[in-house]
Write a protein that binds this ligand. Sequence first.
Ligand code: KIV
Length: 276
Amino acid sequence: MSVQQEIKRLTAPDIRARKGGEPIVCLTSYHAHTARLVDRYCDVILVGDSLGMVMHGFETTVPVTLDMMILQGHAVMRGSKRALVVVDMPFGSYEQSKEQAFASCARVLKETLCGAIKLEGGRRMAETIRFLVERGVPVMGHIGLTPQSINTLGSFRAQGRDEVDWAPIEADAIAVAEAGAFSVVIEAVAEPLGRRITEKVPIPTIGIGASPACDGQILVLEDMLGLSPRVPKFVKRYGDLGPGIEAAIAGYAKDVRARTFPGPEHTYEMRAKRKG
Ligand code: KIV
């Protein structure tokens, strides 16, 4: 008999059922400690492949591997209890065939115990999304700006800023929804397009640089905490943690050099000698 968790985690169907309701709050996290904090306030924690840029200093998300995602996905699962944890499928782990996608997703679900995966692409990925969903893999889609395509896009530019460009992006959203995704991230599109897609598709839209009308919002945690040196226009900084962290490191370095750290309260005394 299995031991049931005391706190029930949100599931992909729970998030799917939130279409048009209370806004869905999402943030990224890559570590157990930040996951514990994010979990208190958010419905969805995304272990985004942005970790390649944020944690590892890559210029793009292209070099991120499945092993990197699994390692951090498992850490976030250990740090959280309530939120739905969604793990990003990295570039090269799902595009080749439906079978490749299933094998990669199965590894992620088994090895991290997360509740869903996210993958980039609209119409081009619809058949794969259907294949995965029919085989028990909950899929969050990702359309608009798809950063894994940086080498064909040429830059991280916002999409759909001319009305003539709307139709393919709208068709992507509809294709992802019809294929069975439980929600879809819309990244960096013109506001009226984000709003229009949200009205059109029956699944929750999660905006990042899209529209306040989206069913939910997501940001990269380090961007909104003020830890990322460069951020896109759509990021609102809710904190400025950089100077506080730097002051703490400077204080530590000063104390070590002055031999004032560790103090007596941070060191171990000898045990008192036993009699006899
Ligand atoms: O990788 C990521 O963090 C993402 C979000 C920006 C949606 O995909």
